[in-house]
Design a protein around this ligand. Structure first.
Ligand SMILES: Cc1cc2nc3c(=O)[nH]c(=O)nc-3n(C[C@H](O)[C@H](O)[C@H](O)COP(=O)(O)OP(=O)(O)OC[C@H]3O[C@@H](n4cnc5c(N)ncnc54)[C@H](O)[C@@H]3O)c2cc1C
Ligand code: SF4
Ligand code: SF4
Ligand code: SF4
Length: 370
């Protein structure tokens, strides 16, 4: 099998698929890893795929020059978003100025990237999707926008930002503004489907998917909790414990204080701000470049100082990639053999599952609030 990058190290960014002039590349998703496989009968050895792959050529990463914690000034936006709503506030400022924003939304059963030019379109991006998203189609569209001298904002995972930078190149990149999310890893959406199947649900037939409401991590399908409200389901437990990411994520080169984007957004875990502010959501905001400062100056956000050392110590992805649990390969072996997802998560992570089971019991007995 001839692959674009090292075996099992593909991040699924799709840049090689989009750049290949012969449509010779197919992504093979094995649940536990992705590979971009080249059809040697179609390939003309132009090398474009190898050049664009951020696994082979990683763009420059820069130390933050400013660091803040903050939130969208509009209380409604802050309330609807995953943490402080800075991603949405920044996106709204772009579309209001006439510049398009590209980011990820859930549509027709897929986590795809789309272009937004109106405020309503930006709102489709709201919320963290704890799964691998698919930027296919947007690289060329962004390059075309940039060729017309349009300013463009792209918000995505660090590996996707890196791929986009490689795709558009430095010259066109002058008008490209980027925001990446602090990322501890992403599972294949096929694995999410395996989980949903246990509840007679699937991505294709779902109208909406919510992964968290502020600090409450729980999957909701079509605005309904899949397990008891207030309890973390097994997909979320597996995700938070680093069990289910594709193999490349455990060697992620973007899990560092040095960042690939103009600004970086995450949760301000460990914040010393009030409990009330924490409940409303506080984003961590790192700014690496002049363009980053421009993004923040134009957005309707409130920013406060943050202690970077405390932020890093509460967010391991700013220091090192997620560690692969020893049981991961046994877990995937079982899942690929068709064993029950929830039971396997409980088998390998009994403690966090037991904790949620007790919580569920207490909620059902009305001893604890959801
Ligand atoms: C897979 C994943 C892992 C994360 N891990 C951490 C972590 O370890 N520590 C931490 O501090 N923060 C992490 N985050 C970031 C955090 O969950 C919030 O997304 C971030 O703080 C932005 O919040 P917000 O309120 O500003 O976002 P919102 O205003 O709600 O907007 C979210 C933005 O992120 C984009 N987005 C959401 N999911 C994806 C996705 N899967 N792929 C590409 N773009 C996406 C949306 O399209 C939108 O533009 C992670 C996010 C993801 C998606
Ligand atoms: S070398 Fe060129 S033709 Fe071959 S797979 Fe890569 S991009 Fe496609
Ligand atoms: S990381 Fe991206 S560019 Fe590299 S092989 Fe995978 S899909 Fe292709
Ligand atoms: S952990 Fe790294 S490689 Fe994996 S999705 Fe996140 S940024 Fe991409």
């Amino acid at each position: 099998m001839k692959t674009v990058c090292e075996l099992h190290q593909c991040a699924g960014c799709m840049a090689c698929v989009e750049i290949c002039p012969k449509e010779a590349i197919m992504i093979k998703d094995t649940l536990s890893s992705y590979n971009a496989v080249i059809d040697e009968n179609k390939c003309v050895n132009c090398n474009a795929c190898h050049k664009v792959c951020q696994q082979n050529h990683t763009p420059e990463q820069k130390e933050p020059v400013k660091w803040y914690q903050g939130w969208a000034s509009d209380i409604k936006i802050r309330g609807n978003c995953s943490s402080g709503g800075v991603a949405t506030a920044v996106s709204l400022a772009f579309v209001k100025s006439g510049a398009p924003v590209y980011s990820c939304c859930f549509e027709n059963g897929e986590f795809r990237f789309k272009k937004a030019v109106t405020e309503d379109e930006v709102k489709q991006f709201t919320g963290s999707k704890y799964v691998k998203s698919n930027p296919i189609g947007c690289y060329k569209e962004i390059r075309d926008d940039l060729k017309k001298d349009n300013r463009v904002l792209f918000i995505g995972l660090p590996c996707q930002v890196a791929a986009l930078k490689n795709y558009v190149g430095d010259k066109l990149g002058i008008n490209l503004y980027t925001a990446d999310l602090i990322c501890h890893g992403t599972p294949s959406p096929k694995l999410l489907d395996v989980f949903l199947k246990q509840y007679n649900k699937n991505l294709k037939s779902s109208g909406s998917m919510i992964f968290r409401i502020k600090a409450k991590m729980q999957i909701q399908v079509d605005c309904k909790s899949i397990v008891t409200k207030g309890v973390s389901d097994r997909y979320t437990i597996a995700f938070l414990n680093g069990l289910t990411y594709t193999e490349n994520c455990y060697d992620c080169r973007y899990a560092d204080k040095k960042r690939v984007s103009d600004i970086t957004l995450g949760d301000s875990w460990g914040s010393e701000l009030s409990l009330e502010d924490k409940k409303d959501g506080i984003s961590l905001v790192l700014c690496q470049t002049e363009k980053g400062l421009e993004i923040l100056e134009n957005a309707d956000v409130e920013l406060r100082d943050v202690n970077l050392e405390i932020a890093v110590s509460n967010n391991q992805q700013l220091d090192h990639p997620s560690r692969m649990p020893e049981c991961r390969s046994a877990f995937f072996h079982s899942i690929k053999a068709g064993k029950n997802f929830n039971r396997e998560v409980k088998r390998y992570f009994p403690k966090p599952c037991f904790k949620q089971d007790v919580k569920e019991l207490l909620i059902r007995m009305r001893i604890k609030k959801a």
